[in-house]
Each structure stands twice: as structure tokens, then as C-alpha cells.
Ligand binder design. Sequence first.
Ligand code: HEM
Length: 511
Amino acid sequence: MHTNLVLGTTVAAAAIGYFFKPKKPKTELEVNSVPIPTVPSYLPLQVDSLLKYIFSVYAEKDEFEYLRHLSAQYGNTLNFRGFNEDLIIVLDPSSIQHILAKNQPNYEKGAEFQAIFHDFLGNGIFNADGETWKIQRHLARPHFQTSEFRDAALINRHVDELLKVIDKHLASNPEKPIEVQSLFCRFTLDEATEFLFGEAANALQDEDNDFATAFNYTQAITGWRFRVPLWRYVVPTRRFLKEIKKLDDFVYRIVDKGIAREEARTREQEKNPSDDEHGGKGGHENLLDHFLSQRQEYGFDREYLRDMLLNFLLAGRDTTASLLTFTVWELSKHPHVLEKLKREVAEVVASGTAPSYDDIKKLKYQKQVINEVLRLYPPVPYNTRHSVEEDVLPNGYYIPPNTTVAYGAYSTHRLVDLWGDDALEFDPDRWGPERVGKIKPFMFVPFHAGPRICLGQNLAYTTAQVTLTRLLQKYDIKASPGFKPELMADIVLFSRNGVEAVLVKQDLSEI
Ligand code: HEM
């Protein structure tokens, strides 16, 4: 009885203290700026707001609809509180520019983000701030600047495999829709692992591939930890850690082989210094060899290399798969765009040959189509940063210190006040020479912007263009009757039920 009384009094005192704690005095910056509209809630911990969000996701089968309602009601800068934490959402281009570029040092990934991603990504580039981030970016950048021809050849090799898998499907089920999302995920896993590790995971050949399963599972759980912060504390981690161990075994095997290769190369160079084919840096076949060539100078260990490789894999693999998936989806619904694309491919690329890098540069309408897909389906739909100090956005709104600020490419790319009344329509002509001038900087941010802009942007365009060209050379794309994707706001934009299309064999030279 006595214990209950003490406990009850303590809890009551804590609750009173929590709800009526004295407010901090406002700073001068806060007094002179505008408070951000907050989505009202009436229950402790804002449970009612969170439940409304969950119901909306189930009712609309689209995780983005709720935010669209909120921004229509409260504007393009709003505060969505949950569990007594602010989540400031900014959608207007000048605020995005401020956070990602102009005042970027004030907006870090932050300790909470890093803790959520640490089991999976360690201290790799995607999960690092400050000097740790800067060094990795500096080390990696040259590999992404010197690689166009090498990349096109590598991509083409994996497209050969992709086409074989599609042909096999068509041979046994000629009319049956094909689920392209999982297919593209397997394809980009193979392409990315070869680009990064020098060794493909072979997920296209083997649907139940261990590495692919472990990677998908680990990424999905990390996505839940990101969206539901309590997840980390309440959901058991046994399977999660087991799958991470599988990833580690795969990556460490490749890293160890790479280290042995590098050591042999170094010994060889010491014997014959004139034989250094790469001049020490740059021009390597894969990112691991590129990093290894700088190992002596920077003293990386196995763990550092493991983190770097898995971070690049996370950054590059599903994002490109998402882009290809929604490209096929939109083309299946827009036959007139598809026809125009096919004519361009037939004119530019010699019949029966794979596109060269020069061909790719001439496929201008294709690039417009890809940009339009990136606008409506940015593969990283939402992203967060953490404010270090208090700040004021260009529109006058106050950002407290130590607060999560989210920007949503998905929503910004669909705002009617920026893109016009047809904002939700798929229209690649908006990227044509007459209209492209209306698209101002920071209205379109699929690859992020500022100092942390995506390093793999060119590789992503080349992969999408080579793959799309070769698909169009071989198949017509038709809609799968009655199919509709259910969009999901995960780390990467995907459809919960996959994406279906009907592929029909054709010969482009006969068009
Ligand atoms: C359509 C494909 C892609 C899209 C839409 C995309 C988008 C993005 C975005 C939005 C970020 C910012 C993430 C953040 O800071 O929170 C990012 C960063 C990054 N991306 Fe990509 N990405 C794509 C493909 C690739 C590829 C193919 C690679 C390389 C293999 C790559 C490598 C990276 C890296 C290393 C970063 C971290 C940069 C840094 O923090 O300095 N990305 N990407």
C-alpha cells in the first residue's frame, strides 16, 4: 500500500511537472520570427494526430495523401507533433534551399538518425556528419567523375541478364503481367554490387539469393525504425542482427579478397614502380579497388571499408530500381509518350545494338521522361535533418534548436502553386526547351542538393537510360488491367503491391 502510494505520487508529480513545466524564456530570434502552424491535437502525446495519420494510410492506400491534406490546410511549412516531439515539414523551395545549401552546416543528419541507422550502416557516408562525412565524400568523388564508358559497358552486361529473365517469363506466360518492381530490385542489386564490390550478387539468377534477402530485410526494418522511433526499443532484434551478420559475411569476404589483391599489387609496384597502371588513384574498375588504392594513405580498416560499401549500396540500389519501376508504370499508362520514346530510340540507336554513351546523350526526350518520373515519384520521397542551433527560414518561420526538420521532395514536386494546375499529370513535355525555364532551382530535388547532393546522379541516369532503351528495343509495354500501385513512404519510394505491366515482344526496326 505504502509502495503504491509513493509510486502513485511520483508518477502524478512527474506528469504534472511534464505538462506544466515552466516554459523556457524566448530568445530574441524566436520573438522576432513567425511561429510555425502546428497541426492541432487534443490527446496526450498527440495520439489523436498519429491515429488520424494511420487511418488515412489505410483508407487511402497512399501514405502521402494525409500530408497533402495537411499542407492544403496549414500551408507549406507546418509542425506535425507526435509523442511531444516537433516534426517541422518544409515544402517550399526557398526553405529547402536554405536547409540543404545556404545554411547546410546547421542541418545535420543528427545523433538520433545515426543511432537508428548504425546497426546497418555503421559510420558510412550516408550516416555520417562533419569530418567523417567529408573525408568519405572526398575519397569517393573521383570514382564517380571518370566512369561513363566503363559504366555503360557494365550496365549493358546486367541488362543482358535482365532481358533473359523477362524472355523466360514470356516464354511460359506470354500474356501474363510481369511484376517489374522486384525484377528491377534484383537487377540493380547485381549492377550495384559489381560497380561497388567488383562482384555481382547474382540476384537475377537466383530469386532466393541470401544476400538479397538479408539486404531487403535489413533495409525494411531500418525503414520501420526510421518512421516509428519506438520500434528500436520494443521490437526484438534477433532476426535483424542475424541478417546483418549475413551481409557482413558477404561484404567482409569481398573486402578481404580486395585487401589481399591490393597488397599483392603494392608489392608488385615496389618491384616495378613504372607499372602503376592507375597512377595511384582513379580509373579503377570498382569502388572497392578505388578505396583500396588509398588505404595506405588513410589507414582504413576492414570495418571502415564494409561501412563504405554498404552505404553506397543502400544509396544506389533501390533508388535506381524505384526510378525504373515507376517509369514502366507511367509508360504503361501513356501510350502516346511510349510511341514518341520508341521513335527516338529507333532514330538514335542503330537497330540491334546496345546504346553507346554518345547515343545516350542524344536521347533528349528520354531524359525528359525520366525527369518527369523523378518529379512525380522521387525515389527518396522524404528526408530529414536535425537543426543544431535555432534558425529562421527565408519565409520568416522560426526553427528551434535540436529539432527534426523534414523536407519532402514527393510533396514539393506535386504542389499546384509551383507546377500549375496539371501538377499531378504525367507530362514529359514540361521538360522540353519551351517550358523547362519555368522550373526554378530547388523546385526539383530528387537527388538532394547542396554539399550532400547525390554522388551517383550520373550513374543513375545512365543506368535508367541504357536499361529503358534496351527494354524498348525489345518489348512493347501495356497496362496490366485493373492494376494500381499503393505508394509507400519508406526510405525509398516503392509500391506495397509491386508494379505490374504487360510486356509484349516487338521489333523496333519495324515501327
Ligand atoms: C535514381 C537514383 C538515385 C536517386 C533518386 C538518389 C537520391 C539521393 C538523395 C536524395 C540523396 C541524399 C540523401 C541524404 O543526404 O539524406 C543521395 C545521396 C547519395 N547518393 Fe544517391 N540517388 C540515386 C542513385 C545513386 C547511385 C546509383 C549511387 C551510387 C552508387 C548514389 C550514391 C549516393 C551517395 C554516396 C549519397 C550520399 C552523399 C553524401 O551524403 O554526401 N546514389 N542520393
